[in-house]
Each structure stands twice: as structure tokens, then as C-alpha cells.
Design a protein around this ligand. Sequence first.
Ligand code: NAI
Ligand code: MG
Length: 788
Amino acid sequence: MNKIAQIFDSLEYGPAPEAPDQAIAWLDSKSRKFGHFIDGKWTKPGKTFTADNPATGASLAEITDGTAADVDAAVKAARGAFKSWSALSGYERGKYLYAIARMIQKHSRLFAVLESMDNGKPIRETRDADIPLVARHFYHHAGWATHLSSQFPDHVPYGVCGQIIPWNFPLLMLAWKIAPALAAGNTVVLKPAEFTSLTALLFAEICERVGLPKGVVNIVTGEGDTGAAIVNHPDIDKIAFTGSTEVGKIIRAATAGSGKGLSLELGGKSPYVVFEDADLDSAVEGLVDAIWFNQGQVCCAGSRLLVQESIEERFIAKVKARMAKLRVGDPLDKSVDIGALVAPVQVERIRDLMKKGIAEGAHVYEPDFELPGGNCYLKPALVTNVSPANTLVAEEIFGPVLVAMSFRTPEEAVALANNTKYGLAATLWSENINLALDIAPKLKAGVIWINGTNNFDAAVGFGGYKESGFGREGGREGMSAYLKPAWEKTLKPAPAQAPVKAATANPLDTGSLDQTAKMYVGGKQARPDSGYNRPVLGPKGELVGEVGEGNRKDIRNAVEAARKALSWGTTAAHNRAQILYYLAENLDYRRDEFAARIKAQTGEDGREEVALSVERLFAFAGWADKYDGAVHNPPQRMIATALVEPLGVLGIVAPPSRPLLASVALLAPALAMGNTVVLVPSERSPLSVTDLYQVLETSDVPNGVINIVTGDSVTLAKTLAEHDGVDGLWFAGNAEASAMVEKASVGNLKQTWTSRGLYYDLADPRFAGDYFLSKATQVKNVWIPYGA
Ligand code: NAI
Ligand code: MG
């Protein structure tokens, strides 16, 4: 047989190498040694580490390990550039972003090859996915810059943004961070990951070439310490991080109380659910993309296969057959599916996790082919025979390892899918659109792909639920993450409350009171677990009543009740609106009584406060069925529907003054959006809220939707912050306690809003809309393909 006939016979791929010449020429032109890019200039290289090619083990260049002084210089440059950059018109900034997009497109092959060499990922991916998405991101945000003032009126950029990115999508993560930051008028200090700095440095040169004003983009290379120096720098206004959940938690704790904006894109263990009526061959191809794309080093990798029992055997057989055909090899070979992992240390990490999983009972299947030589290659692996507690099921492996489990019913699929601390993405395969669209809202994840996987677009938000972080990148949500309301800087410190001294210190003196207000848990009045009450004093220290002294146990009961009531979030928005209208109406009936109670506790005429509270309930009843999402039209033949979903259980700790309005103003947006609430009312004047019980009952508020625990607000806030059953926490109080709340929230990375000792005039109409609605919700994007 001649050669061509042989190829036809075997259908073997020949080598299709991509030439590295241009990337090498660029590295050589820099003498393969880099300083930082600060204030539009290259610094002299300092102490360096090597940038390695994981496929060959060869060193590509020397990279400077940034010091705290380097970070400081970069922050100064960014601060210096901020004023004039943010003062440019959106159109002017948009033109720079457009120029960057054009340059990236023009040099896309150079970027793709350099990325592949530095990271080990196949050229097919960098060429067809990473770099085109980078360009798309800059184009998209050039448009946002242009329309910023009409789309985000009365908003301003944060200032200097510190941005820290991982190594799995080096240039793409840079684009996701830098494009929106610049569009909004921020300046940035960005640190690429230590394994993959090269395309960020090439990007710096693009910034130079397009004449981007100096100091607008600063690139500081280095390791974790350099990242920590950015996180802890006092003159940085916002931190945006993508990386491991572990480091994300360190950053959450480190920024607590600093007032820095924060967005976190963290790890995942995303389910890939295949129903029995799926197009199985397509689902297998999707699975290849879900878990073997980028060697599985993908935060949203579909790493947990959940397959319906009736098709399990058939599907697994197809997966194994497909695995045997995957081509592992030189990343610069255009017909390679799986390249090199990023570094030997990651390979070791994966092997250790596998050993642990096997010791716990897992079976591992690997196809029978030879791996190329070198330290960074792994075979694709399929893990079966695992319980939900197996390390390989619970932990993010970040490698080419798929873990498979089965389910019987759709309900079981949902329960298994959600049985993880993460919530980044999920994939569903079913030819039954009704089933798919029934399941999608039930999955706790920021992105859902139906009959497809790993779809991304700049116009569609991406980001996680739960310990996968908070904040979105892409789309309107991503844009708004780099802007804040202009009025925030006008906030003044909250006036100190003059202490009121009790007229009597003897607890037995309260015996003459005929009534002590109880707590309210799961629709029932409840006595405090502590067995103690606390006095409620009038303005002169006279006793006007008593409430329970709430403790940890009361909070736990209230959270449990709130979790049981979570179906509130999926009742029709119209029904939630109706109940809020009833609440308003029933409160209005009893306005005199509530006004008198305010007067007794605070000495103020309460009539206006009651009227404002009624109005606020009305306002949010009106919002319940209007604050919703968009339908995006990304370049793929898919629509992406942005669903606005509640956070879940929201803790609310109200400020002390204006005891009725303060609670209502925070409660109403939370309820309108479908959250269930554990409310700690004004610690000084809680009777205005404990008086609401009857109003709640006559308004048909379902049991457990509103739970009320009275007591010391800081103590109760701490318990709420530490509780993993609480998904979000709003706390009004002083700066020190606000810092405590933010720090204590790291356990499950709940989203927090704190007043940090500042005075928020909750009567202001600015709090009757988006401000709290956005904080009460998270956006889930559901991708749905079309095409016959
Ligand atoms: P990492 O989270 O340590 O690294 C991400 C970035 O954070 C890098 O730029 C790093 O220099 C920086 N960094 C590290 N410590 C820091 C600190 N204390 N303060 C500020 N910045 C800091 O991730 P690593 O160690 O590279 O990978 C370990 C594991 O993390 C992976 O196996 C994977 O499971 C997970 N990971 C997840 C990613 C995701 O996108 N979900 C991305 C990268 C890693
Ligand atoms: Mg490298």
C-alpha cells in the first residue's frame, strides 16, 4: 500500500504542528527576561522565577517576582492615571478598548501560540476559544463604555482595581477583568498567575502600542505574596479575584472592614446531568468538552456526571469508547485534544486526590494508550463506584478526571446536583424541553447549559452561587460590578445613639408588665431559648415593654424555619406582590397603634414613619413582578436567559433608629425577590416589629418566610454570619461590627451588605428600587440552543 492508501486505511492523524517561531521571536526580542509594566514603562527585572513550557519542561523566560514596593509603585501609577482616565468620555475610553480588540485580533495567532506554550493547553483551544473570546470581550466593553452614562446614570467607577487571576485561562481571565474595569473608568493593577504570565506581558505591549494612557493598566508579575500585597494595599478600591475557593476565602477575610469592593470567581464541582431521553451521542461529545477541555482545568468543568440509571450502562460504554479516541499530546499539534497540565505540582495534586479517592473505594478507568513523555501529561480518567462523600466527588480536582454517579428520578438528580458546597455551573441533557426548563431553576448554580456545555459570551454574565463566589463577569451584571452609586461618597457617619439609662435596674420591677413580646419563628410565637427577656425603654428610660433575649439557638431555629419556607422564591411574583400589598394595607389599618408604639419607644411622632413604611411595602409589591432578567442573543445558535433569583435565606439586622421603617425598608425588597428572612429588629426599639405578628398573619405571609429574633444585634449578627444555612446577610451597625460580620461570613462565602457605621437614610426614595433589589438577588444564565 502506498502512504496515502495507508492513511485511508487506518484513518490515523498525521502530525499537524503549529510553528512557534513568532512567539519565540517575540520572547527573544525581550531577551527572555521581564520586569513589570508600571506607569506605561517596563521596570528592570528584579528577583526572577522561570516561565516554563509544561509540555517540554523548557524554560521560556524569566519573570520578576513582584515585591510589595513594586505593587505600591503600580498602585501609585494607577491612582495617578485615574483622574484623567475616568474623566474621559465613554466614547473616548471605548475607542481605546476597540483598538485593543483590533490589535488582539490582528495578533491572535501569536497570542494563541504563546498561550499554548506557556500553559500547555492545545493550540486548537487557544486559537478557537480563548483568544477569540478575549477579542470579543474588548469589543463588547468598548460598547458599554460608550453607553455608560445612559445605562448607569449616577454611577461612578471604584477607582483603582486590584485584579488577581489564575493560570487556566490566562489571557481570557485578564480580558474578563480589564475590559469592564477600563470601560467603567477604573484603572487597574493586575497580577497574572505565576505559571502563566507571558500573554499578560504581551498584552502590556499591546497597551503600549495602542497608546493607552500610562498608568491605566499596570501588570505586576509574581506569586501568592504579590497577590496578597495587592489585596492588602490600602489605596486599592476594589479587588477582583479568580482562583481557588481557598484563596478566595483568605481574600474575603483580608478585605473585611476595608470598604473595598470585592468580586470572587472561585472553584466548582459542576454537575453534568444526562436524562434517559437525551441525545446520547451529543451528550458524550458535550461531556468531552465539559471535562477534557483544557485538561479539566476549568472552574466550571462538568466534572460530576449524573446519569439516569436506565441508560447508565449504555452511556458509560459510549463514554469509554470515546475516551479511547482522545488524543493526548503536544499542545502545539493542531489535532491534539488533551495537552499538558500547567505544572508538575498540579499533576502531583491530582494524583494525590486520586489516591485518596481510590482508598475510599473509587474505581478508575483509563484508556489504554501511551502518554507522551514529560511530567505534565495525564490520561483522561473516569471514576465510578463512589459515594457522595468520596473525596473525588466532593473536591474540585482540576484535572482530566470525571466522576460518575447515577440517579433514578428528576428529583433525585436535582438533589445530587445540588449536593455540593459549590454552585458555578451545571449542564443538562434532555430532548424534553419541559423537563430541562423545570430542572434549570432548581439547580443552585450561576450558569446552566441545556444540551450544550462550556458556552461563554461577553454579553452573558458568568459567576457562581454559594462557595463558587459572588459577582458576575460579562453582560450588564458584570459591567455594574465595576461601578458604584455616586452618592455613596456623600454618606456621613451614623449619629451615635445617646444611651438611655433604665429607670430601674431590678429585673423584678418588670413584673408589673402584663405582656412580653415573644419571637416569631416558622409562623409561631416562640419563647427565647435563654429564658431571659430584655427591657425596652422609652426615651426617658421608662420601661415600655420587654422582648426575648435571643441567642444562637433561636437563630438556628429561625434559619431552619426560613430554609423550610424557601419555596417562597418559586411562587409566582404576582403572589408575592399580592402579599406585600396586603401587608401594606393591614399595616395602614392599624397606623395609629403603630405610630403610638413608635412614640412610646422613641419619643418621636411616629405617624410619618408608619406612612413611609406602608409606602415602601407598596413600592416593593410593585417591584416583585418587574425586577427581572433579560434574554441575550450570543453569537452561538443559543439564547441565554438571565433569570433573577433570590439569594435564599437572608439575615437582616436592622439599625436602631426609626424602628418600623428600618426593618420594613430592608425586609420588603428581600421578600419581593423571593428570599425568606431572619430579621433582627432594632435592638433598642424592637416592639414596632414584634407588633407586626398579627399583621403578618392576617396578610397570609406563609409560615417561615419572615422570622423575627430579638436581642443584641451584634451578637445575633455574628451567629447569622457564621451560619452556613444563611445565604446573605445585611447588617446595619458600626464599622467594627461590620468588619466582624464580613470576616465571619467566610465560612460559606455568603454575600454581605454592611453599613460600616455610615448613615443610610432608608426613607430616601433611592432605597425604594434597584439598590437593595440587586443585593437581594443573583443572576442565573440559562443557555438554550435552537436550530432544527
Ligand atoms: P490559587 O488560587 O492559589 O491561584 C490563583 C491566583 O491567586 C494566582 O495568581 C496566585 O498567585 C494568587 N494567589 C495565591 N495566594 C494568594 C493570596 N494569599 N492572596 C492573593 N493572591 C493569591 O490557585 P493555585 O494554587 O494556582 O491552584 C490550586 C488549586 O486551586 C487548583 O488545583 C484548583 O483546584 C484551584 N483553582 C481554581 C481555579 C478556578 O478558576 N476555579 C483557578 C486556579 C486554581
Ligand atoms: Mg508556564
